[in-house]
Design a protein around this ligand. Structure first.
Ligand SMILES: Nc1nc2c(ncn2[C@@H]2O[C@H](COP(=O)(O)OP(=O)(O)OP(=O)(O)O)[C@@H](O)[C@H]2O)c(=O)[nH]1
Ligand SMILES: [Mg+2]
Length: 319
């Protein structure tokens, strides 16, 4: 059996190997992704995001257990853009993995940055597909909601859970970070602490101001330390899923996602091809020299380069 067949047959070691392949851009990555693609599209993807320390990991742990209780299998991707490690090297997640090592219905993977953040978003989407093809019913993706790249990761989710806490100014911070708009469900975690009820009311009030919403995100208090509210949280996620399915929005969302994936691949490929051609063209290095000698400006140089590039452009010339 080859790697792809082993993954489809439920082999965990092969699944882990394929993810490493994808994450580290190793040879054969594209072949594996191509062969797995026809088997994707079944998993439900739930993104969990929020400020650092909001309790995302512990909440994901609880959700995972509850999903298993309901007889479904689950894959977890913990994205940590601050970590240079990957492949499950994060300590906390290694402990998690040990706890669930005997449960074949669970697969957990941590991902850190390797190269650019833009790359991390793409790799995460690819790993989601691998878990999807491997037959996981639900894929949970945890990421700190701080930057553009994390927002982009959340675009891969069918349902996005934004985790807030009674911590000072958390709602304002989240608003500023632009992750309030992407929430389909709010979890107000650490509801055992003072001020949780106030946060729930704050968010509900804010949501009421925006009456155009067809789907009003539920606001669910949770305590991930004890598991309180986690059943309600998963119910809220299920309700959102049902809403997406019955309104036809799920397939629309996924179609859009698929389209932009193809476009992204085209642009990425084009960028490589054009860069190659620019570097090969002698005219272009002359233009750059002129800029270096202050005989020409970068703007004119760029225009000249584009002109030269497309003058010699032969569609179909490449691969
Ligand atoms: N009081 C209280 N503390 C909690 C709760 N959930 C998590 N914590 C604590 O909050 C801290 C952060 O929890 P994590 O689950 O690691 O939070 P996180 O959002 O994944 O953190 P990062 O991944 O570092 O951003 C830990 O010390 C937890 O013990 C809760 O429901 N109540
Ligand atoms: Mg975490």
């Amino acid at each position: 059996m080859n790697l792809v067949e082993e993954i489809l047959a439920g082999n965990r070691r092969s699944l882990a190997r394929a993810i490493t392949l994808v994450e580290n851009e190793l040879p054969g990555k594209q072949e594996v992704l191509k062969a797995l693609f026809p088997h994707t599209g079944k998993a439900y993807v739930v993104g969990v995001t929020g400020s650092p320390g909001a309790g995302k990991s512990s909440l994901v742990d609880r959700l995972m257990a509850e999903i298993r209780q309901r007889g479904l299998t689950v894959g977890v991707i913990a994205v940590d853009p601050t970590s240079p490690f990957s492949g499950g090297a994060l300590l906390g997640d290694r402990i998690r993995m040990q706890e669930h090592a005997l449960d074949p219905g669970v697969f957990i993977r941590s991902m850190g940055t390797r190269g650019s953040l833009g790359g991390l978003a793409r790799t995460t989407k690819e790993v989601i597909k691998v878990l999807d093809a491997a037959g996981k019913d639900v894929v949970l993706v945890e990421t700190v909601g701080v930057g553009q790249s994390e927002l982009e990761i959340m675009h891969a989710a069918d349902t996005t859970v934004v985790v807030l806490t009674p911590g000072a100014g958390d709602v304002i911070q989240t608003l500023k970070a632009g992750i309030m708009e992407i929430a389909d469900v709010f979890a107000v975690n650490k509801a055992d602490l003072d001020g949780a009820t106030k946060v729930v009311t704050e968010v509900q009030t804010m949501l009421e101001l925006d009456r155009k919403r067809e789907w009003v995100p539920p606001v669910v208090p949770t305590v991930s330390l004890t598991g309180k509210g986690v059943v309600d949280l998963l119910d809220a996620i299920q309700r959102h899923r049902a809403y997406l399915v019955t309104s036809g929005k799920l397939s629309a969302k996924r179609e859009r996602r698929q389209g932009s994936e193809v476009l992204d691949l085209v642009l990425e490929q084009l960028k490589k091809m054009i860069t190659e051609q620019i570097l090969q063209s002698g005219e272009i290095s002359q233009a750059m020299e002129r800029v270096l000698r202050r005989e020409g400006d970068p703007y004119t140089a760029a225009q000249e380069i584009i002109k030269a590039l497309f003058a010699g452009w032969q569609p179909g010339d490449h691969r």
